[in-house]
Design a binder for this molecule. Structure first.
Ligand code: HEM
Length: 278
């Protein structure tokens, strides 16, 4: 299947206006609700030596909890729909689109499944400048990397993360990558994919309307590849749809432009910069 044959699920911005979910006030904190080690019926079990894992912290998480096959293999469309629906309340059509994107990574023609290690192939879906993984040029491109993640965390400057903080970390990782990695690759398609990834914390753990999320939940999840149930989190009560994703991608796209609103100061200096002010 050709990459261009499908919409980029996390990367498309549609004009439709969605209905939304939790407010940030309802995002649980560590102090909220009782201890609950894992989603009911889905204990967290660390991957074994023969289990496949990939560059996606969420798919790894879902495999660790057994929403996806714990060995990370033979992930079919039905399995993806059930996993994303029951663990994160994604609706079926969104989960289906995401599965179709994932099969791009399976080199077999007309593949009906993918495995987590197929996602590790560099520059297919996996790309440079990740928030928590090293560039392939420097070594392992799919295991959580503390050094890389600590650069990301420098930009997550408050307990409640907003789009600007996430955007700052995304842009900073790209700047570092381009400045240090002679093989730096980041096509516009990859940027669309990346925008979809970096909104994921809002989608899974936060307020999707306001684009806010509790930093503690996100850090815990990325470091442990474990759902933060024991910190009081539970899945979204309103289904996540393509509209939800489009709304958040729009916000994140604007945030990555690093532009502010407001009127520029007009005068000779501004004119000089435009080359016409004499
Ligand atoms: C079938 C579904 C999915 C597929 C095929 C998939 C695939 C991928 C791949 C290939 C990457 C690596 C990109 C890179 O090199 O940085 C990635 C990263 C990521 N994914 Fe997923 N993903 C899926 C679902 C999800 C979901 C449901 C979430 C959370 C709601 C999520 C959150 C993330 C995040 C945050 C990253 C960026 C990690 C980083 O930059 O270090 N993904 N995903």
């Amino acid at each position: 299947m050709k990459l261009t044959a499908l919409p980029i699920v996390f990367g498309v911005a549609l004009a439709t206006k969605p209905t939304y979910v939790k407010t940030i006030a309802s995002v649980p904190t560590a102090a909220a609700s009782g201890y609950n080690a894992a989603p009911s019926g889905h204990p967290w079990i660390a991957p074994g030596p023969n289990d496949f894992r990939g560059p996606c912290p969420m798919l790894n998480t879902l495999a660790n909890h057994g929403f996806l096959p714990h060995d990370g293999k033979n992930i079919t469309q039905n399995i993806t729909i059930n996993a994303l629906g029951s663990a994160l309340n994604f609706n079926e059509s969104l989960a289906t689109l995401m599965f179709q994107m994932a099969t791009i990574a399976n080199p077999e023609p007309n593949a009906t499944f993918f495995t987590l290690d197929q996602l590790n192939v560099h520059n297919v879906l996996e790309h440079d400048a990740s928030l928590s993984r090293s560039d392939a040029y420097f070594g392992n491109n799919h295991i959580f990397n503390e050094t890389v993640f600590s650069e990301t965390l420098k930009y997550w400057t408050a307990p409640i993360l907003d789009a600007n903080m996430i955007a700052n970390s995304k842009v900073a990782r790209q700047v570092t990558s381009r400045a240090t990695n002679p093989n730096y690759t980041f096509t516009s398609r990859m940027n669309d994919f990346s925008l979809g990834e970096v909104i994921a914390p809002f989608v899974a753990f936060g307020d999707v309307q306001a684009a806010k999320v509790n930093r503690t939940l996100v850090e815990y999840w990325i470091r442990n590849e474990r759902l933060p149930t024991e910190l009081g989190w539970s899945k979204q009560t309103v289904a996540i749809t393509l509209d939800t994703i489009s709304h958040l991608v729009g916000i994140m796209t604007n945030a990555t432009l690093l532009q502010t609103t407001g009127t520029p100061v007009v005068g000779k200096r501004a004119d000089l910069h435009a080359g016409v002010g004499f």
